[in-house]
Design a binder for this molecule. Structure first.
Ligand code: PNS
Length: 162
């Protein structure tokens, strides 16, 4: 048992959703310290700049005491090395996530054999939720209030083009 174990929950979080917060809450019960590490996903175009995603995530996780929000650039394995962590948390919603997550977990372990990826399942009410779906609903003027933390809702409502 390692009481200093750091778990890292990486992602683009563009924007943070209630599904992400659900995973973070679950991780905060299991691990003594959880770092939510926000970065740029090379294969996605982001709606919010990194600083705004960090800010939204900080405000949305204020109630959880063992959570730290950070950002990184470059490879996740290098960030883990820098902070002295080897556990990666990822949320697994449905079968559709599996292939991508499996590939990423094994690639990270190939890059650094110490890395372990732990998958957590969100509450079933969030299994269909994704940041990209929320952006689409928002852009098309649908009601997305119940899917995101209040601070994210406010930020999205004030965003030009939404
Ligand atoms: O929330 P996302 O966009 O699905 O998260 C993907 C993310 C950011 C975790 C992944 O793209 C990542 O780890 N990016 C950092 C660069 C890296 O290490 N790439 C190799 C992953 S095998």
């Amino acid at each position: 048992m390692n009481n200093n174990l750091i778990a890292v929950y990486p992602g683009s979080f563009d924007p943070p959703t209630n599904g992400h917060i659900d995973i973070i809450s679950r991780a905060s019960i299991i691990f003594p310290k959880v770092i939510v590490a926000i970065t740029h996903n090379q294969s996605k175009e982001h709606l919010f700049p990194l600083e705004e995603r960090v800010e939204m995530m900080k405000k949305s996780t204020r109630h959880l005491k063992n959570i730290k929000v950070d950002s990184f650039s470059g490879l996740l394995v290098n960030y883990l090395d820098k902070i002295g962590g080897f556990v990666v948390i990822r949320g697994l919603r449905a079968l559709a996530d599996f292939e991508y997550e499996f590939q990423m977990a094994l690639m990270n372990r190939t890059l650094n054999k110490k890395i372990e990826t732990v998958f957590l399942m969100p509450d079933q009410e969030y299994t269909f939720l994704s940041s990209s779906m929320i952006k689409e609903i928002a852009i098309l003027n649908g009601d997305f209030k119940k899917f995101v933390p209040p601070v994210v809702y406010k930020k999205m409502k004030n965003k030009k083009g939404i």
